[in-house]
Design a protein around this ligand. Structure first.
Ligand code: FUL
Length: 597
């Protein structure tokens, strides 16, 4: 065949393809930056600051700058660990609620420059941004608008200070992939709350970093998943109606968790969760680092549910990620590699009920290739459709991974999965709702020669670009695993612990019930008695910081060890968790109340 004829055939084939246009985008769409962000899947959060040295979760802003004094800061160790863990980016708490800045912020008097650490010459953001560049990781910044130190907080002047803070942090360390805005808005040093100028804050971020993803309770780049225990909704839309909502008055947590079909804005969920009970490092939590099973559950309920996983690994007082945490991260990486390295759908063939315009460009085989931008699609008016993956031989799996091509919008609202057993019978093995960027469905261990996915309902014609089968022999699915059980008590009742004899105690632990069922003690009085008769009040009106968002166990360390036979914890304020934060509640949960010896 001469080259002229070849050219004519090629041009004719191309023309045939081009006669069937791709599906029109549907609904709210992600920007290119949002698609790239979602492809990152798994990032590291690092909480680090004065709280690391005081064991607090929320510093009150009165801590001396000298409190921050890492003995051997090593951001390259953080970056090396994140890279080895399979993460794509790192986000650092540049300024938490205590107002302390980990970089020399010229508009603050409460920064590393005022500390004696490295004679005031240290800069954590500089070191971390350089380490991220060295290890090929993206660099992101958390900055809390709530500032319990800045004297301007509670007045209009603070919004200008905050804008300058953003400008400096976002303008000094190269590219920033994500700006993380904490929604917490409490009182400042003068007892006043701030009215944040969110539109001004957003425009400042975009002015400094046009492609940055802005995280807040309601976006605009990505949204909070509605809890701090690491679980996106089983139904999880990348879209949501934002309307008049703001980061400081967000939607209810269930909506954040599931998103909304046909939502007016693309704001995919980011699942932020700590590898430990608290967000900041505490020596007492070295023994409480989440297990591999807990982390796998979190991975499946975030990355496997159309969400990005932002796993917090706090730095310790040396300025290192602790060895217990890094070993656990490597175990997780090894497990993920083992589970997902063998695609059991490899070598399969795919047929579909229907193909868009009959065009090979939208052939179902596209769901098995490695190209993100090729997909199977149907004609516009189709809302129910199916594809069948025929395996080269019977294969055994318990995970089915499906991906929707989100650059054209999220569409699938319900689907089921069937498997063709070696007995020649089709059997339904899953019924689910949304897919989104990536959905990893748990099925019973199934041996099949073919697998069929039935799209039962969609907002527009389905567009699927990925499908894979895996066998997970590591994760032991147990919905109840690691969920503390406990008692629910009336808020008027104190918790009393009798050790039988006086013991040296260094502190105590209180844990509510998972998800805060029954409410949580937020503020309390604590008394100790060495003989069961005479009581000493150790704390009055003290707070379990952030316990409503993060109802995990709390270790409270006394300033000095105390002899105690009995402990009495009297609730002062009890609140209910997620969904209705801030509301007083008549009962509280307790799964743990014990002394730390
Ligand atoms: C919350 C904060 O109050 C916590 O301290 C932590 O930083 C978490 C990631 O966000 O809202």
């Amino acid at each position: 065949m001469n080259s002229k004829i070849l050219t004519i055939i090629a041009v004719a084939a191309l023309a045939a393809c081009n006669t069937v246009p791709p599906p029109a985008p549907y609904g709210a769409l992600p920007s290119d930056a949002q698609v790239e962000w979602q492809k990152m899947e798994y990032n590291m959060f690092v909480h680090f600051g004065p709280n690391t040295f005081t064991s607090a979760e929320w510093g009150d802003g009165t801590e001396s700058a000298d409190v921050f004094n890492p003995t051997d800061l090593d951001c390259r160790q953080w970056a090396a660990t994140a890279k080895a863990a399979g993460m794509k980016g790192v986000i650092i708490t540049a300024k938490h609620h205590d107002g302390f800045c980990l970089w020399p912020n010229p508009v603050s008097q409460h920064t590393v420059a005022q500390s004696s650490w490295r004679d005031g010459q240290g800069d954590v953001l500089k070191e971390l941004s350089e380490a991220c560049a060295e290890y090929g990781l993206e660099f992101g910044i958390y900055i809390s608008p709530w500032d319990r130190n800045d004297p301007h907080y509670g007045s209009d002047a603070y919004n200008d200070v905050f804008v300058k803070t953003l400008e400096h942090a976002l303008g000094s360390y190269g590219e920033v992939f994500e700006q993380w805005f904490d929604g917490a808005c409490g009182e400042g040093p003068n007892g006043k709350k701030q009215t944040y100028d969110w539109p001004l804050f957003y425009s400042t971020v975009y002015k400094m970093q046009p492609d940055a993803i802005i995280f807040s309770n309601v976006g605009p780049g990505c949204r909070w998943v509605g809890n701090e225990y690491g679980s996106a909704g089983r139904t999880c839309w990348g879209t949501m109606n934002i309307g008049e909502l703001t980061p400081s008055s967000p939607a209810n947590c269930d909506i954040l968790n599931e998103g909304e079909a046909d939502g007016e804005k693309w704001v995919a969920a980011e699942t932020d969760v700590s590898i430990r009970p608290g967000w900041f490092w505490k020596e007492s939590e070295n023994a409480k680092v989440k297990s591999l099973q807990e982390l796998l559950k979190i991975y499946y309920e975030s990355v496997g549910r159309n969400s990005l996983l932002l796993l917090n690994v706090p730095a310790d007082t040396r300025g290192h990620l602790h060895e217990v945490d890094s070993v656990r991260l490597m175990e997780l990486r090894a497990a993920i590699d083992e589970i997902f390295s063998t695609d059991l759908a490899a070598g399969a063939s795919v047929e579909a009920c229907c193909v868009r315009g009959g065009s090979r460009r939208y052939a179902p085989a596209n769901i098995l290739d490695a190209d993100y931008d090729t997909y199977w699609a149907t004609d516009d008016d189709v809302r129910k459709a199916s594809f069948t993956v025929t395996l080269p031989e019977a294969r055994t799996f318990n995970r089915v991974q499906i991906q929707e091509y989100i650059p054209l919008g999220q569409r699938v609202a319900a689907f089921s999965i069937e498997a063709l057993g070696e007995d020649g019978q089709w059997k339904t093995i899953a019924n689910e709702t949304t897919i989104g960027y990536k959905r990893i469905v748990h099925t019973p261990v199934t041996t099949a020669t073919a697998v069929r996915v039935n799209i039962e309902d969609a907002l527009a014609c389905p567009v699927i670009n990925g499908f894979a089968l895996f066998m997970d022999n590591i994760y032991v699915s147990d919905e109840k695993a690691n969920i503390p059980v406990g008692e629910v008590k009336p808020a008027t009742e104190a918790l009393v612990l009798d050790l039988g004899e006086a013991k040296d105690t260094r502190g105590f632990t209180y844990a509510p019930i998972y998800k805060g069922e029954g409410g949580c003690i937020v503020t309390y009085d604590l008394e100790v008695s060495a003989d069961g008769k005479k009581w000493i009040k150790v704390y009055e009106g003290k707070m379990f910081e952030n316990i409503i968002n993060n109802p995990t166990s709390r270790d409270v360390m006394f300033d000095a060890p105390m002899k105690a036979k009995m402990l009495r914890l009297t609730p002062v304020r009890v609140e209910i968790s997620a969904g209705a934060a801030g509301q007083a509640h008549e009962t509280y949960g307790v799964s743990e109340f014990k002394v730390i010896e």
